[in-house]
Write a protein that binds this ligand. Sequence first.
Ligand SMILES: C[S@@+](CC[C@H](N)C(=O)[O-])C[C@H]1O[C@@H](n2cnc3c(N)ncnc32)[C@H](O)[C@@H]1O
Length: 253
Amino acid sequence: MEETVIKCKLRVQKHGEVFTPKKIIKKMLDIKGVKEACESLPTTFLEPSAGEGAFLVAILERKLKIVIKHYNDDLVRFENYSLLALTSLYGIELLEDNAQTCVLNMFQVYYDIYQEQVQLHNGKLKKKVLDSAKEIISSNIRQGNFLTRETIDGNPLVFSEWSPINMKKTTKNIKIQRTEYTLDEIYENVEKESGKAINRSINKTTQQQKQLDMFDLLEEDVVESENEIPKEMRYIPVNIIDVYKSEMEEADG
Ligand SMILES: C[S@@+](CC[C@H](N)C(=O)[O-])C[C@H]1O[C@@H](n2cnc3c(N)ncnc32)[C@H](O)[C@@H]1O
């Protein structure tokens, strides 16, 4: 099947939307230094104009190959390290349809490779692993404007850092500490107490929720009173296969 490089002339003129063909992506990711980075699980990538995720998907495939090679003696280890690989990939995309396709493309690649490994190990797909993959992808791939560092509705773009705790070579069940930063804070190298979450009560109708909606994770809309005083919250360290719960506690509690 032929690849779509251009959707329409207007989108090219307005947003510079030209997708990179797979052949070129392969060549670029094979460049010395980049190739090694794609094969290193902790190395992070941010694609600031992600489109439908052509680069991110290709990097994810490469990272998952490494997981299959080195962390696949049993299914639990594969599940843990494949989710860790996912945490290292970030993207920003201006247009809603592209951002959604990017999220879905990332999930599809994860799902297909996870399913293959499940069959190989005669195991079962675990819902919580898939839900955690969805949580990681939807918080790492954001619809927004990289230049203004804001979402479409004018809130700061927020990303999560996912830091493994006390990880050793023998670790099978990875514990993760999630901490949130705005893109401004990342640029300014702001140091933060680990676990801190960005206060979202400013606007709960938001990009993150819209993206989560795509996965049908939300059971009901969250409506928050404008007068409510926002609470400082922090993420609790959890096993990586439980990040889908987004467990938090009050920061000074
Ligand atoms: C040249 S395309 C590249 C897409 C993808 N990286 C690829 O190689 O296939 C540029 C993408 O950037 C998006 N874009 C344009 N301005 C942007 C901005 N200020 N912030 C984030 N994304 C933007 C466009 O919607 C488009 O999908």
